[in-house]
Design a protein around this ligand. Structure first.
Ligand code: IPM
Ligand code: MN
Length: 366
């Protein structure tokens, strides 16, 4: 049996509920592939602030860096919104991403046929949608300096800086081009090059790199147009690569193609490290009620198998379990539309159904 250590950071709100479903399932599936998963759970975000007065500690960061692979739930909540910016739960997440060096955030937008009625868009528009958003994650306006608040003639103001260097753009674009080679061979780079200097650098750097990928078709789209095109005709996209802020916004919009933000997983990769987290937030309004959709966390666990553990079969097993659960008609509240043949259930019922499915589909080993 191979032994692999990972860190789980359940975090705040619904984070712990959805992470525990993902961790339990991950352990069972990994065992089927001869891998014993050792999971160290650590506090993170608001929960960590309550315990240590800081949303993350050096020791916790060190443990994540040592483990290399991290599964995260969600962070944030209204009770921590008024803290100093560096004490906010979100600050810990940004620091973790930066320290792990996970510069490429992959957000696959899979449209599950069973959920086509849960989306706010028409089925005909959604059919055939399969997008991979590659969001730059450790640069851009999230991290650019200077960044400060001051005052001018009695008028307070704040500054953020959107900065991209050629090397930052190239390394994330490379991930997009490589991914496209394994898919439909198309990359759409999204920027605001008609206005922003940093976007002109972005576009120029992507074009330069594209010379190494003559087999991949490269197009460019302005971010405002892209927001509209995602909704107008999502099937036109294969791989989309974009900066940190634009990727944050566009991926929330694209999540509605799947029916719910509660379905969207993400993998953040860079070097040997991997950080896996659902795209959704901590949803404090439904936390602790047992109604949260754990499928984005579960799908993130599948991505961990794929990209970090290199257990592609395990990843596919988890992904097909998600499809089976949906085909059985089980729906958490975020997905429930009263469609005949569906049933409104809570987190626990989804967890039990997933376990049953992976238990039945034990792979052949010798
Ligand atoms: C996301 C989230 C984070 C982000 C927040 C919680 C800092 O919205 O992962 O999309 O903006 O990156
Ligand atoms: Mn976001």
């Amino acid at each position: 049996m191979n032994r692999v250590e990972i860190v789980a950071l359940p975090g705040d709100g619904i984070g712990p509920e959805v992470t525990s479903v993902a961790v339990d399932l991950l352990k069972v599936v990994c065992k089927q592939y001869n891998t014993e998963l050792i999971v160290t759970e650590l506090p993170f975000g608001g929960t960590c602030y309550e315990e240590y007065g800081s949303p993350v500690t050096e020791e916790i960061l060190d443990k994540c860096i040592k483990a290399k692979f991290v599964l995260l739930g969600a962070v944030g909540g209204p009770q921590w919104d008024d803290l100093n910016p560096d004490k906010r739960p979100e600050a810990a997440l940004l620091q973790l991403r930066k320290e792990l060096g996970v510069f490429a955030n992959l957000r696959p937008i899979n449209v599950y046929p069973a959920l086509s009625s849960a989306s706010s868009l028409k089925k005909e528009i959604l059919d055939g949608t399969d997008i991979l958003i590659v969001r730059e994650l450790t640069g851009g306006i999230y991290f650019g300096k200077p960044r400060y608040t001051s005052e001018e003639n009695g008028d307070p103001f704040s500054v953020d800086t959107m900065k991209y260097s050629r090397s930052e753009v190239r390394r994330v674009a490379k991930v997009a081009f490589e991914a496209a080679r394994l898919r439909d061979g198309r990359v759409c780079s999204v920027d605001k090059a008609n206005v922003l200097e940093s976007s002109r650098m972005w576009r120029k750097s992507v074009i330069e790199l594209s010379e190494e990928y003559p087999d991949v078709e490269l197009t460019h789209m302005l971010v405002d147009n892209c927001a509209m095109q995602i909704i107008r005709q999502p099937t036109q996209f294969d791989v989309m690569v974009t900066g940190n802020l634009f990727g944050d916004i566009l991926s929330d919009a694209a999540s509605m193609l799947t029916g719910s933000l509660g379905m969207l997983p993400s993998a953040s990769i860079g070097g040997e490290n991997g950080l896996y987290e659902p795209v959704h937030g901590s949803a404090p309004d439904i936390a602790g009620k047992g109604v949260a959709n754990p499928l984005a966390a579960v799908a993130s666990a599948a991505l961990l198998c794929r990209y970090s553990l290199k257990l592609e079969a395990a990843a596919q097993q988890i992904e097909s379990a998600i499809i089976s659960v949906l085909e059985q008609g089980l729906r958490t509240a975020d997905l429930f539309t009263e469609e005949p043949g569906t049933k409104l259930v809570g987190t626990e019922e989804i967890a039990t159904a997933l376990m049953e499915i992976v238990g039945k589909s034990v792979p052949q080993t010798d």
